[in-house]
Ligand binder design. Structure first.
Ligand code: SAM
Length: 420
């Protein structure tokens, strides 16, 4: 085996190594800087569109200015070390102590004492986080948290670090080995993919996390964090809940209205009830028992039901069956089994399936969506789907897409379906 696994070497003369020592795209620097200055002069705190465009342009500027060598060192050393340092910081409760007293500057030795860790260890972790800009270095061995590190005291924000570092990322790190051994084919078997290769297990990702607590519990919190700050399908201007769901629904209190299938610890259905307190009928949250066991607070109007979505759907004839970030976890074969269980329970001409997922556009997909797509591939042999993928899958399932509701690129759409 050569340095590159499949033995491919560059055809023709090798590139002059000095290419790696010059800025990646010096010519575009001026244009990016000009755009940044223009956007910055018009931004206001409520203007999310300009904020996101400005941040993207700033990233383009950094990429243009960096040399290939610097970008390589950033990826291989700095970012992997950042993930490690943040995970250790979360694990030892470092950011909670840093955020105390409103986040005043503290000596790393005092922080180390408060968390019961070696002072040299804490000083080195903070030095790297300071160099990366995630804590502020206020004096020699003295730091204060930024808003980002203060936010690492919030469970739904910090949970992703330990669960990804400890429970999942070995699948990404060994993905190349797994693929090489499998002839670089797109993985399709959720019980024999990169995650199983890396962790030497036959469990699927959910079983693997549940069997390796606290990662299963942390994953549920992480799912709650993923959704924060993004437009929600039930918000005004996205999907007209009143016209498409409430009008025309059976108003009797015993009639099922919304079933959240694979709804985790209930963050979405709770949000729905909060935004539509007068929605009629029953609201039902379904997931596997170990997940439901972790619910801490939930409105008493929401019924909690253990349900394996590969088995018969016990709630028949609901106005809506809702699935958020569920089908992307499953390759088409399993996704069709899940949809078949929903279809059997639907009432013709009345029930709808609401699928809240990314619909990857043909061009210019966002990095959040493409990053998730790669994770779906390494962790579950699954995918984020394009519109064509969704039409194919749902057509196979015997469902008709009534409309795909989308508010912005990078925000999950709501795919509204009925029986074909
Ligand atoms: C990616 S999470 C999405 C959770 C939630 N809908 C959200 O968007 O935050 C997928 C959910 O599917 C649940 N799940 C996995 N396998 C399941 C099964 N066989 N039956 C029911 N739920 C399952 C997991 O426990 C998890 O809560």
């Amino acid at each position: 085996m050569s340095a590159q696994g499949n033995g491919i070497t560059l055809k023709g003369a090798p590139l002059d190594p000095s290419i790696a020592l010059k800025p990646c795209d010096y010519e575009s620097v001026g244009a990016h800087a000009e755009k940044i200055s223009k956007l910055a002069s018009s931004i206001s705190p409520e203007d999310d569109k300009t904020r996101l465009e400005l941040a993207e342009t700033a990233r383009k500027l950094v990429r243009a200015l960096e040399t290939p060598r610097e970008t390589m060192i950033k990826h291989c050393w700095a970012q992997t070390a950042t993930m490690a340092a943040l995970t250790v910081g979360v694990d030892m409760g470092l950011f909670n102590i840093m955020a105390e007293d409103g986040g005043k500057s503290k000596k790393s030795a005092d922080l180390a004492k408060a968390v019961g860790a070696d002072p040299t260890l804490v000083a080195r972790l903070l030095r790297h986080l300071g160099a990366m800009g995630y804590v502020e270095e206020t004096d020699v061995d003295e730091y204060k948290p930024t808003n980002f590190t203060k936010s690492l005291t919030i469970p739904i924000i910090y949970a992703g670090y330990p669960v990804l570092s400890g429970g999942l990322l070995s699948a990404n790190n060994l993905f190349h080995e797994y693929l090489r051994q499998n002839g670089y084919k797109t993985p399709t078997d959720l019980s024999d993919g990169a995650l199983q290769y890396a962790y030497k297990t036959k469990n699927n990702m959910f079983e693997h996390l549940q069997a390796n607590q606290p990662y299963g519990d942390l994953f549920n919190l992480h799912m709650g964090g993923y959704h924060q700050g993004r437009a929600s399908w039930m918000d005004a201007g996205f999907f007209p809940v009143q016209e498409r769901l409430i009008d025309g629904a059976d108003k009797s209190s015993s009639s099922p209205f919304l079933v959240d299938i694979g709804g985790s610890i209930g963050h979405d259905i709770q949000e729905f009830l909060h935004k539509y307190p007068s929605a009629p009928g029953r609201l039902v949250l379904q997931d596997l028992q170990p997940v439901l066991d972790k619910i801490t607070t939930l409105d008493s109007r929401i019924e909690v039901m253990t349900h394996n979505f590969l088995q018969e759907q016990p709630i028949k004839g609901s106005r809506a069956y809702y699935m958020h970030s569920v089908l992307h976890d499953w390759p088409d074969v399993e996704a069709l089994k899940i949809l078949a269980r929903v279809k059997e329970a639907m009432k013709p001409g009345y029930s709808k399936v609401l699928i809240n997922e990314n619909v990857i556009p043909p061009r210019n997909a966002t990095w959040e969506a493409t990053g998730l797509d790669i994770l779906m591939m390494t962790l579950l042999a699954s995918r984020e789907r394009t519109e064509q993928d969704w039409r194919h899958l749902l057509g196979e399932a015997g469902l008709k897409i009534t409309k795909i509701w989308t508010v912005a690129n990078g925000v999950e759409s709501l795919i509204e379906c009925e029986l074909a």
